[in-house]
Design a protein around this ligand. Structure first.
Ligand SMILES: [Mg+2]
Length: 209
């Protein structure tokens, strides 16, 4: 019998891409000389090296995930992947490690509500869009809670941009670990499949070429 797949997907930097928005925010705040094309990781490392860099980074994150999230974009290829899952009747869960509020956010935005609002604005819910429902979206306060959730939902595959997710001790051994990290040059950790685009992920799930 063919295995019935259940797909879990991370949200930040996996479904949603903040690279351009972070570059814009960092430039506005005087943390970057110019808006240069760079990945979130490169900009993060640059900000962290500044005086008070860790706090500046937290403030940038509060803006990215909160009051400015509307400006973030859907990662290329996510839409096609979700539509293929829908066509193949593969259940999809979005499982995000995200606090409700940031202590560095002066606007007091609920970050989980902001994420759901962004999904709604990008046609995630309802029959006209990706056909997901609000109840397939889960938020976890810790990495352990995230792992517990994907285990409870019986995910067979999990897609995440952070290798730390897969290295979590409680991460279930039988769940396929798909690392979505477009800019990565180094090999992934053992047992983790590196995918540099959503197109590659779609091909992996549904057979490409
Ligand atoms: Mg992420």
């Amino acid at each position: 019998m063919r295995e019935r797949r259940i797909c879990g997907v991370d949200f930040d930097n996996t479904i949603v891409t903040y690279d351009e928005l972070l570059a814009a925010i960092a430039h506005e705040r005087g943390l970057l000389d110019s808006v240069i094309p760079a990945t979130k990781r490169m900009i993060r490392d640059k900000i962290r090296r500044l005086p008070d860099g860790e706090i500046e980074w937290q403030k940038c994150q509060a803006l990215l995930y909160g009051s400015r999230i509307r400006e973030a974009r859907l990662s290329d290829g996510v839409s096609a992947f979700f539509q293929l899952c829908r066509a193949h009747e593969i259940p999809v869960y979005i499982i995000s490690h995200k606090s409700e509020y940031s202590r560095y956010d002066a606007t007091g935005t609920n970050l989980r509500d902001a994420a759901v609002g962004w999904m709604a604005a990008h046609n995630f819910f309802g029959p006209g869009g990706f056909g997901l429902t609000r109840d397939v979206v889960y938020f976890a306060g810790t990495r352990q809670e995230k792992t517990a959730r994907l285990t409870a939902l019986r995910c067979t595959d999990f897609i995440d941009d952070l290798e730390e997710t897969f290295l979590e001790e409680s991460f279930p051994a039988n769940v396929r670990r798909i690392l979505y990290e477009p800019g990565r040059e180094s090999p992934p950790p053992a047992g983790v499949k590196l995918m540099k685009s959503w197109q590659e992920i779609s091909d992996y799930f549904f057979g490409g070429n």
